[in-house]
Write a protein that binds this ligand. Structure first.
Ligand SMILES: [Zn+2]
Length: 506
């Protein structure tokens, strides 16, 4: 390394002389660099903030430290602002949104410079076609893609998926996982609480996770249960990680029912034990006490029309007023209302109303989308304080949940500045180098010479989310400038229109 570098520098010195002498009397051209001065640098590693400057050349960080402007150089004075690596969202749902909104304002306005798509078991297929399309229509931010377990399962089993797969079918899934990994997927995702994925057994998951691992992939998983059986589901996840030798990202870690509220310390202990045994386990967490999913997920035994099962589901949630319908094609009159309210206006019990919504959905071949206010703050705080928990949105372009436009500024404004749950450098680490490390990316997520110039410049005294459950698209404030691959994409509270995003494969 050393020698070849020296040779290059001697060559460039020689080149400099041959060019410089004939033109010695002309004015030097303006440098093609950009210098950001007087910034508080949060380098992404969790190290304390330091005052300094950063120079961008092309799509890379050229230098970091005490730097002075060269004659004619473009300079941004960042006094009072923090300069951090761009945020990497390891669980993002913008697959559909990117087609109509490649500028992705709700994403870049939060400082997200890379979004990982295809979580929860569902991805485009084949992966290579999606990558090709996105390369032809680049977005403002970088993208990466998981291969979805449910997608692969559907490729193999078609509509006959409501059963355990045969060994031959699992073998086909393994091969399709290879294919997706070779085409550029960064790992495997699963959504075991959802229709197609939920019928798989642990052996199937180990087999395909192993094939993803053999290709350098990671396993991002929405586990089988985040409610009363959250501990069983966690143990299954750890078994898959151990048997398949695959690094894990536990998606949106949560304890979502009354029966497990307050059990974060025990949940954390189980994870710590696995980590101490060598399981490469990280989790991500969105900063809200409410989730967004389809209405069926609350009934864990999947007997959606059994009054007893539904009754239990509603009790576990903390009551029918904690479930709000956000999307339902058969009846727009439900939208924005809680199950308790809809039941009352239809003169039904919440259980009867739930079953009616299931039947109306089934008849129209759709499912109601709901927001469930069923987590508690002390659990979220405990998770956020673990060094192995990343920040991720589980949102995306056009999300009906405020996490889609609020996640990263919310953590910085509320959890760091207002509640002091985390230090600023630690929060930034959870948004940058930790996800980059999970994904195996060495040249993103840090402020370092030679790394990609994905950068966020924000005001630590002002940054905060404004998205709410009634106005989920409301943009945050305090994110001043965002660069993706050295190109300014967010400036003066609006998109610059630039689309420098790359597709990141392994
Ligand atoms: Zn999920």
């Amino acid at each position: 390394m050393h020698n070849s570098r020296r040779i290059i520098s001697i060559l460039s010195l020689a080149a400099l002389f041959t060019v410089a002498i004939p033109f010695a009397f002309r004015a030097a051209p303006a440098p093609d660099t950009l210098l950001i001065i007087n910034a508080q640098l949060a380098d992404g590693t969790g190290a304390p903030l330091i005052n300094g400057a950063l120079r961008i050349r092309g799509n890379r960080i050229m230098s970091v430290g005490k730097l002075s402007p060269a004659p004619g150089e473009r300079v941004i004075d960042a006094r009072g602002l923090v300069l951090a690596p761009g945020f990497i969202d390891v669980h993002n749902h913008s697959l559909e949104g990117l087609d109509s909104d490649p500028l992705a304002e709700t994403q870049i306005a939060q400082g997200i410079t890379t979004a990982v798509e295809g979580p929860d078991g569902e991805s485009p297929w084949p992966v290579k076609d999606w990558i090709e399309t996105r390369k032809q229509h680049p977005a403002a931010l970088n993208l990466a893609i998981f291969a979805g377990h449910a997608t692969i399962r559907s490729q193999v089993m078609g509509k006959d998926f409501k059963r355990v797969a045969t060994p031959a079918e699992i073998e086909k899934m393994v091969q399709l996982t290879w294919q997706a990994m070779n085409e550029g997927a960064i790992g495997l995702s699963s959504g075991l609480e959802y229709e197609v994925g939920s019928y798989s057994n642990t052996a199937e998951l180990i087999a395909i996770a192993r094939s993803a691992a053999e290709h350098g992939g990671i396993y991002s998983t929405h586990i089988r249960d985040e409610a009363d059986k959250a501990f069983d589901a966690l143990l299954e996840e750890i078994e898959i990680a151990e048997q398949a030798h695959i690094p894990v990202d536990h998606s949106h870690i949560k304890l979502g029912t009354v029966g497990v509220w307050g059990k974060a310390p025990e949940y954390i202990r189980v994870i710590e034990e696995a980590r101490n045994r060598g399981v490469d386990f990280l989790a991500d967490c969105y900063p809200y006490e409410a989730w967004h999913s389809n209405i069926k997920v609350i009934v864990s035994d999947r007997h959606y029309e059994n009054p007893k099962s539904v009754e239990k589901a509603i009790t576990d949630l903390g009551g029918a007023d904690r479930l709000t319908i956000t999307e339902f094609k058969p009846s727009s009159s439900y939208l924005g209302h809680s199950l308790a309210e809809i039941a009352k206006s239809n003169k039904l019990s919440p259980v009867e109303m739930y079953i009616r919504i299931i039947r109306e959905g089934d008849a129209a071949n759709t499912e109601a989308q709901v927001i469930g206010h069923s987590m508690i703050e002390s659990d979220i705080k405990a998770f956020y304080q673990q060094p192995w928990v990343m920040v991720a949105s589980d949102g995306g372009i056009g999300a009906a949940h405020p996490r889609g436009a609020g996640t990263f500024p919310r953590v910085l404004g509320r959890f760091v500045r207002e509640k002091h749950w985390l230090t600023l450098p630690e929060a930034i680490r959870k948004m940058t180098s930790l996800p980059a490390q999970r994904l195996g990316w060495k040249d993103r997520g840090v402020l370092r010479e030679g790394a990609y110039a994905d950068l966020v410049l924000f005001d630590p005294a002002a940054v905060i989310d404004h998205a709410t459950f009634t106005k989920p698209q409301e943009l945050p404030v305090g994110i001043e400038k965002v660069f993706v691959n050295g190109v300014l994409v967010w400036n003066d509270a609006k998109s610059t229109g630039a689309t420098p995003g790359l597709i990141i494969t392994r």
